[in-house]
Write a protein that binds this ligand. Structure first.
Ligand SMILES: NC(=O)c1ccc[n+]([C@@H]2O[C@H](COP(=O)([O-])OP(=O)(O)OC[C@H]3O[C@@H](n4cnc5c(N)ncnc54)[C@H](OP(=O)(O)O)[C@@H]3O)[C@@H](O)[C@H]2O)c1
Length: 393
């Protein structure tokens, strides 16, 4: 057992030692391709280089070991198998064990695969009743079956919701309401990246329409449920998944649909910046009317998922060769969403940008309150809901 642990730690050390130089090389290549990859990989590399593997801070090193351990055996609430016990005991010091969530209800958009799937699985393991909101009935039912099999007691169900259709979002909310259940956690996770220029059913540019406006409408339609379900000591929580790409995003209020000039990278980055601006404004409004609901935004890091299916083929090859080294697994990628959803440390905390389960500064422009207000008002107009926020400064 001891030998296994040492070997496992050696893997961590090896990752750390070599990662900096290799990643620097890859970043250079990707910089030539430009845009998104440079940005996403730079964040990945920053995590590896500055994160302590080369002798930096112990917290990040140990959290890497926790991440490794998560692949070998389940951590968190579930019983840790005997065979991983030594590393588990070490990691228990740094891996949060979250309280059970029995009686609580969550909605996770895009919970059929990738980061969303792992988020659903972990929340269900903690005892939450989780509803996957997704746009494929078959994939949804398959995800439910797998999660129920893996968690044994998981209360998971699928409800159809195409975030690229305002009508579908409204129908989803109606079906959810018909269940007459509370709503304690909403995870706005679904997304697309670098899709070719195309429009949603309502004529919105797809990144902006689906990633941002879809979640804007969904959240607003579910706000009363969340407000009813939150209490002074147990706030309901809204978690929105953004990306490090928002740091290079620009919000074109006069051209939110990227009609003047379309770049897949620019459109994705704008949608992710919009989600950060939205979260900060939402938290401001929730605080102003004394709601027991908090809103936070998370960056999952660079994660090996199908999100990259539209990238240039060269990048796909590089990703295929290096993902094991540079990318987080979907389970690791879900850790910050889960932390935001259930961690006692986050009770009552809103308006935070979280990366690696830590509060971090987002792009400066995201703190521009006038921009937040204007985006909110424009978004209400676009999705056809009344802007009740206009009375709040
Ligand atoms: N992977 C990364 O490195 C990374 C980095 C930063 C941020 N993120 C963010 O993390 C989130 C999750 O992405 P992921 O990496 O887990 O990617 P993923 O594996 O491709 O998962 C995306 C999910 O969103 C769903 N989705 C797409 N279009 C939808 C629609 N119209 N209606 C409802 N659901 C829809 C997908 O379902 P279908 O595939 O069936 O359509 C899928 O379940 C995204 O918001 C992404 O921007 C990821």
């Amino acid at each position: 057992m001891g030998a296994t642990t040492v070997a496992q730690q050696a893997v961590c050390g090896w990752h750390g030692h070599s990662a900096g130089s290799i990643s620097a090389g890859i970043i250079c290549c990707l910089q030539m391709h430009g845009g998104l990859y440079q940005n996403e990989f730079a964040v990945c590399s920053w995590g590896l280089v500055s994160g302590g593997f080369g002798g930096g801070d112990a917290k990040t090193s140990s959290s890497w070991c926790v991440r490794q351990q998560k692949d070998w055996g389940y951590t968190g609430l579930a019983k840790i198998p005997e065979e991983t016990s030594l590393l588990s005991q070490e990691c228990r010091w740094c891996d949060p064990v979250f309280p059970t969530q029995n009686g609580k209800v969550a909605i996770v958009t895009g919970g059929t695969k990738g980061i969303g799937y792992q988020t659903v699985k972990h929340l269900a393991r903690l005892g939450m009743h989780v509803i996957i909101a997704g746009n494929s009935e078959n994939e949804g039912q398959e995800a439910v079956r797998k999660i129920q099999e893996e968690t044994l007691t998981g209360k998971v169900e699928f409800l159809y919701c195409d975030l690229a259709s305002m009508k579908s979002i409204r129908q989803f909310v109606q079906r959810f309401r018909a269940k007459n259940c509370p709503l304690h956690v909403l995870v706005n996770n679904a997304g697309v990246m670098l899709v070719p220029e195309r429009k949603t059913e309502d004529g919105f540019e797809e990144h902006f329409g689906l990633n941002y406006l879809g979640h804007f409408l969904l959240t607003n339609l579910l706000l009363d449920k969340l407000k009813q379900s939150g209490t002074h000591s147990h706030n309901a929580r809204i978690i929105t998944v953004s990306s490090a790409t928002h740091y290079v995003g620009e919000l074109h209020l006069n051209d939110l649909q990227s009609r003047c000039s379309y770049s897949p990278h620019g459109a994705y980055a704008q949608s992710k910046l919009a989600l950060v601006l939205f979260t900060y404004r939402l938290q401001h409004l929730l605080t102003a009317n004394g709601s027991h609901v908090t809103a936070n935004v998370v960056d999952p890091g660079v994660v090996n998922t199908e999100l990259y299916k539209h990238v240039f083929w060269v990048i796909k090859v590089v990703k295929w060769m290096t993902a094991w080294l540079f990318f987080k697994t979907p389970e690791e990628g879900a850790s910050t969403s889960i932390y935001a959803a259930v961690s006692p440390e986050m009770e009552g905390a809103g308006g935070c940008y979280l990366y690696n389960e830590t509060r971090t500064k987002s792009a400066d422009v995201a703190y521009d309150e006038e921009l937040q207000r204007r985006l909110w008002t424009e978004s209400c107009r676009m999705v056809g809901i009344s802007d009740e926020s206009s009375r709040v400064p």
